[in-house]
Design a protein around this ligand. Structure first.
Ligand SMILES: [Ca+2]
Length: 486
C-alpha cells in the first residue's frame, strides 16, 4: 500500500488541526474564539506555539523551587493565582538527564498533589520532584506566543501581537495522525503530517498481536508532534528516507522494544525536544536494542537531548551524519550515545564513523556541579566493542566521555574547540573497574582547551595511546587536573 500525494498542488497535508476563525479581542493583545473540543496544539503561520505557562522563562533559573517534596506532592506558596488543578507541573529532579511532567490533582494554597501518571499523554520520563514550572491555565497566558484553552474557548496572543485572522490552526488530542500499526510494506511518500501525539504510529498492535514490517517513510515531513514524530515498537525494517521531522516535543524517531533493522538515511531532524518549555526526552533519533540499525547521512539540528541514541543496539552503524547542537535541554547526554547497562553483550559491534558533531553544550544542571555533562560522543555504562573512527568533533563542552566503557577503539578522529577537555574517562559505583582496554590511535587533538586534552579521573589506565597528534598545547596533554569535575 502506498500513501502519497497526487496532482500538481504539492504535498497533501494530513492533520487533525483545523483553522480557527471568528476571533474577537479578549484583553489587550489576547484574542478569543469558540472551539468546543479541547485543544492540545496550536500552530500559527506554520509555527509551533507553546501552551500558556508560569513562569514565562524557559531558563531554569526562573523555575519555582518547592519548599518541600514527597513522592506524590510538592509544596510551594505564593503563586499569583491558585487555580492550578488540572494544570501540568514539569520538573527536574536531582538528575540532569530527566525531566518529568505530572498533572496536578489538588491544591490547597501550598501543597499540590501530583499522583503518578495514568494518562498516556503524560507518559514521558518520570523523576523525583525539584524545580518546576506550571502549564495549561488561562491565567498563565500573559506573553506573546502563548495560548490557552478554557471552557470551550481558545485564547491566543500571537507572536506579532496582531489579530489571528485566518492564521491559526488548532488540534484536538489525537493519538496518531497515521496509524500504521500491524501494517506490512506500507509506503508513506511525499506527504506532510502535522500535529497529533504521534505523527506515524508503527508500534506493536495489541489487538492484532503483531508489529509493523517494512514501513517506508520517504520524501515526507512530520512536524509538531506532541510526543514523537515516528513511534515504533517491535517493528522490523522500518526505513525513514529523505524526510523531515520537525519540532517534535519529545522524540523525533522512537524505535524501541526490539525494533530491528531500522534504517534512517538522508533525512533532517530539526528542533526536536526544544519546542515550548522543557520536556522529558530520550533522543532525537532513538534506537535501543536494535540489531543492524543504520543511521547514515542525516542532519540533526538543535536537539534537546541526544542527537543519535544507539543505546545497546548491536551490529549498528552511525555514519556520515551531521549533529549540530545537541543536549540543549538535558545533561548526562551525548551527541551520539551508546549504553549497555544491562550488559546484554560484551561486544556491541557498532561503528560511529565519519560524523561531524558540533555544539553539544548547555548549562550545568546537576546540583552542586559546574560540569554541563554534555559529550559529543558518549559511550556510557559497559559500552564495549564500539569503533569510533574518522569523526570530526568541534565546539562542544567535552568531545568524548567513556563512562565505564571498555574495549572500544578511537582512531582517526579530530577534536577541537572543546571547552572542558577533549576526552574524559570516568567510573561510578555502578560500573566501577570497567574502564579498560580502550585504544586511542592516530587521532588529532587540537588546543586550546580549559582542561587537558585527555583528562583521566579514574582509573589512570583506561586506554592506550598510539600515534596521536597533540597540537597547540603547551604542556602534557594527558592528566588529571585539579578543580575539574570528572
Ligand atoms: Ca505565561
Amino acid at each position: 500500500v502506498k500513501l502519497t500525494s497526487s496532482g500538481t498542488c504539492g504535498r497533501a497535508v494530513i492533520t487533525p488541526a483545523v483553522p480557527v476563525t471568528g476571533w474577537q479581542v479578549y484583553s489587550g493583545k489576547i484574542y478569543v474564539a469558540a472551539v468546543s473540543t479541547q485543544v492540545t496544539q496550536v500552530i500559527a503561520d506554520g509555527q509551533f506555539l507553546g501552551e500558556a505557562h508560569y513562569p514565562n522563562a524557559s531558563d531554569e533559573k526562573q523555575w519555582l523551587q518547592p519548599s518541600s517534596v514527597s513522592a506524590t506532592s510538592m509544596t510551594f506558596s505564593g503563586l499569583p493565582n491558585n487555580d492550578i488543578v488540572g494544570a501540568r507541573a514539569t520538573y527536574r529532579g536531582p538528575y540532569p538527564y530527566a525531566i518529568g511532567t505530572r498533572k496536578i490533582a489538588s491544591y490547597n494554597g501550598s501543597t499540590m498533589a501530583l499522583p503518578a501518571n495514568t494518562d498516556v499523554d503524560l507518559n514521558c520520563e518520570d523523576t523525583a520532584f525539584g524545580k518546576f514550572y506550571l502549564e495549561g491555565k488561562l491565567w498563565m497566558l500573559d506573553s506573546p506566543g502563548e495560548w490557552a484553552w478554557s471552557n470551550g474557548k481558545l485564547y491566543v496572543w500571537m507572536p506579532d501581537g496582531l489579530a489571528p485572522g485566518s492564521r491559526v490552526l488548532a488540534a484536538p488530542n489525537v493519538r496518531s495522525v497515521i496509524d500504521a500499526r500491524a501494517t506490512t510494506q506500507l509506503t508513506i511518500d511525499n506527504v506532510r503530517i502535522v500535529g497529533g501525539w504521534i505523527g506515524v504510529d508503527a508500534s506493536f498492535h495489541n489487538t492484532y498481536g503483531r508489529a509493523s514490517k517494512s514501513l517506508h517513510i520517504v520524501n515526507s515531513e512530520i512536524s509538531f508532534s506532541n510526543w514523537s514524530g515516528i513511534y515504533a515498537t517491535d517493528a522490523t525494517s522500518l526505513k525513514v528516507e529523505n524526510s523531515d521531522v520537525i519540532g517534535s516535543l519529545h522524540t523525533g524517531l522512537y524505535a524501541r522494544y526490539g525494533s530491528t533493522g531500522t534504517i534512517v538515511t538522508g533525512s533532517r531532524f530539526t528542533d526536536v525536544n526544544t519546542k515550548g518549555m522543557h520536556k522529558g526526552s530520550d533522543g532525537t533519533i532513538y534506537l535501543n536494542s536494535d540489531n543492524g540499525a543504520s543511521v547514515t547521512n542525516n542532519v540533526i539540528t538543535n536537539s534537546g537531548k541526544s542527537g543519535i541514541f544507539l543505546g545497546a543496539s548491536v551490529n549498528s552503524l552511525a555514519k556520515g551524519n551531521t549533529v549540530n547542537g545537541a543536549c540543549k535541554v538535558h545533561g548526562d547526554c551525548g551527541g551520539i550515545y551508546t549504553i549497555n547497562r544491562s550488559q546484554e553483550t560484551s561486544n556491541l559491534n557498532t561503528r560511529i564513523e565519519s560524523n561531524a558533531v558540533t555544539g553539544v553544550s548547555g548549562p550545568a544542571v546537576r546540583p552542586g556541579s559546574t560540569d554541563p555533562e554534555r559529550y559529543a560522543i558518549y559511550l556510557d555504562d559497559y559500552s564495549a566493542g564500539v569503533t569510533v573512527i574518522n569523526n570530526s568533533v568541534t565546539n562542544s563542552s567535552t568531545a568524548v566521555l567513556l563512562h565505564g566503557a571498555y574495549n572500544n577503539t578511537f582512531s582517526g578522529n579530530s577534536f577541537s574547540g572543546s571547552v572542558l577537555r577533549h576526552v574524559a574517562f570516568s567510573e561510578s559505583g555502578l560500573n566501577s573497574g570497567s574502564v579498560q582496554k580502550n585504544t586511542f590511535s592516530n587521532n588529532t587533538l587540537i588546543g586550546p582547551v580549559l582542561g587537558y586534552y585527555l583528562h583521566i579521573a579514574n582509573p589512570a589506565n583506561g586506554a592506550v595511546y598510539i600515534g596521536n597528534k597533540y597540537l597547540n598545547y603547551g604542556s602534557s596533554p594527558i592528566g588529571n587536573p585539579a578543580g575539574l569535575p570528572y
